[in-house]
Design a protein around this ligand. Structure first.
Ligand SMILES: [Zn+2]
Ligand SMILES: [Zn+2]
Length: 277
C-alpha cells in the first residue's frame, strides 16, 4: 500500500514561505494499492492529486472524517466532479440531526459555492458511514467516532495484513497529561491497534495546548502516547497548525524527540511525501 500525503495542514491553507517545507495544503491523503485508490478528506490537498490518474476510473471514493472546512474546501474544485462520466462516492459521518447530504449542501451551494450540489455534472452518491466495517474494492474500511467537535470519525484501512489508521483531528483526553489507564476508554484506540502506520493529529505544543483545551486537537506527546499504547509501528504527526512555521514545528518536534524514548519511528507529515507499508 502506498500513502500519499497531499495536504498536511489543519484549519486553513497557508502560502507563507515559512510553511512550505511541511506544506500549506489542508488535509487530504490518498491510499493506493495497484489500481485501487481511496481519497481521505478533501482539503485543498485534494487539488495536488494527479487528475489524469483517475481518467480511466468510472468510480472515485472520497472518505471524509468530518465537515470542518479544512477537510472539504477542495471538494468543489476537484476536477472529476465535473465529469458526467464519473460516479463520485462521498462517505462521511452521520450522527447529526441533519443528513450528511444536507450538511454538505450547505457548503456546495450559493453563496459559499457558485454551483448547487444537484447541478454538479458527475453522479454524486453520498453515503453515511455504516457502523460496521465495509469493503471498497479490496480495502476493508473501519470508521469510528472519535473525540472532536461535531460528528467526526477516524479511519482504519486494511488491505490483507497491512493497515493504516488516519485520525487527523482528535483530542483523546481533555486537559490531561496522559491517556486513560484502560485501553477500552481511549478514543480511537481500536483504529490504531497494532497498525502499520498511524497518521494522527499533533497540532499543538504542550504550552499552547493549555490555552486551547477543547478545540479538538492534541499535542505531540499525546499522539505519541496513543501510538505507543496501541503498538502502532510508525507514527506520522499530522494536521500542522497553519500559524506554525516549519522552524517552530521542527523545534517542538526535536525537543519532544529529545525528551522521550520511543521504540518506533516518528516523523512530521510532509506534503508531497509518499509512504509505503
Ligand atoms: Zn482539521
Ligand atoms: Zn476538525
Amino acid at each position: 500500500m502506498r500513502i500519499k500525503l497531499h495536504g498536511t495542514r489543519g484549519a486553513y491553507p497557508t502560502s507563507s514561505k515559512e510553511t512550505q517545507k511541511l506544506g500549506g495544503n489542508t488535509s487530504c491523503i490518498e491510499i493506493i494499492d495497484a489500481n485501487e485508490r481511496l481519497i481521505l478528506d478533501a482539503g485543498t490537498g485534494i487539488l495536488e492529486i494527479d487528475f489524469d490518474s483517475y481518467s480511466s476510473a468510472d468510480r472515485i471514493d472520497i472518505l471524509l472524517t468530518h465537515l470542518h472546512m479544512d477537510h472539504i474546501q477542495g471538494l468543489g474544485f476537484f476536477k472529476p466532479i465535473f465529469d458526467p462520466n464519473k460516479e463520485i462516492h462521498i462517505w462521511g459521518p452521520g450522527g447529526s440531526s441533519y443528513p450528511l447530504k444536507d450538511r454538505l449542501k450547505r457548503f456546495l451551494s450559493p453563496p459559499l459555492f457558485p454551483v448547487m450540489l444537484r447541478d454538479i455534472p458527475s453522479k454524486l452518491v453520498i453515503h453515511e458511514l455504516p457502523n460496521e466495517p465495509f469493503k471498497l474494492g479490496k480495502f476493508l474500511i473501519t470508521a469510528k467516532f472519535v473525540c472532536h467537535p461535531g460528528p467526526t470519525v477516524g479511519y482504519r484501512i486494511q488491505m490483507g495484513s497491512r493497515s493504516v489508521a488516519y485520525i487527523p483531528d482528535h483530542e483523546p483526553v481533555l486537559n490531561k497529561p496522559h491517556l486513560f489507564k484502560e485501553d477500552k476508554w481511549i478514543s480511537g484506540f481500536d483504529l490504531c491497534n497494532k497498525t502499520d502506520l498511524l497518521i494522527h493529529d499533533s497540532q499543538f505544543g504542550c504550552e499552547e495546548y493549555k490555552k486551547k483545551v477543547g478545540w479538538g486537537h492534541c499535542t505531540l506527546e499525546i499522539a505519541a502516547e496513543l501510538a505507543k499504547r496501541a503498538k502502532a509501528k510508525r507514527l506520522v504527526m499530522f494536521h500542522h497548525d497553519p500559524a506554525h512555521t516549519d522552524k517552530y514545528r521542527s523545534d517542538i518536534f526535536t525537543s519532544f524527540m529529545n525528551s522521550h524514548t520511543n521504540d518506533f519511528p516518528i516523523e512530521l507529515a510532509v506534503q508531497g511525501h509518499e509512504i509505503e507499508i
